[in-house]
Design a protein around this ligand. Structure first.
Ligand code: HEC
Length: 117
């Protein structure tokens, strides 16, 4: 599909609480060191490096009307193949787990926009 990334999850996957929990566990192991446990890009890694991980809860990431919007397929692709300074994790994370992480990143974005009062 060239530069077009689809939105939505593969049909055979069901986004359940179980699936999200799996995504959370994987995210905290594989991504939080750089992107932070809340997804804001301020993981511990940033203290030791000049590399600036993306704020996954930043403007546009979850807003389809924003030109900076990242569809589900784009986030999946970033995990698989990397993006600029971020390396790919394709060989290290199973396909199922990559989608679970995408689902969890969506949950983090939702949480950032809707703080618990
Ligand atoms: C070693 C640090 C590191 C780890 C671990 C890491 N990232 Fe990243 N990530 C980065 C950096 C740095 C960028 C910004 C890259 C750039 O723009 O050059 C980035 C960018 C991104 C982006 C934005 C891509 C875009 O469209 O602009 C997404 C989404 C992302 N990371 C998701 C993840 C997920 C999910 C994981 C866990 C599987 C993860 N990252 C693990 C460092 C990391």
């Amino acid at each position: 599909m060239g530069d077009y990334y689809g939105d939505g999850f593969p049909e055979e996957l069901k986004v359940t609480t179980e699936f999200l929990k799996r995504g959370q566990e994987r995210y905290n192991i594989q991504c939080a060191i750089c992107h932070g446990t809340s997804g804001n890009g301020k993981g511990v890694f940033t203290k030791y490096s000049t590399v600036v991980p993306a704020d996954l809860t930043g403007p546009g990431f979850d807003d389809a009307a924003n030109p900076a919007y990242r569809p589900d397929g784009k986030i999946y692709d970033t995990i698989t193949n990397g993006w600029n300074q971020m390396g790919g994790y394709g060989p290290n994370i199973s396909v199922q787990d990559r989608w679970a992480i995408v689902a969890y990143v969506r949950a983090l974005q939702h949480a950032a926009k809707n703080p618990v009062k």
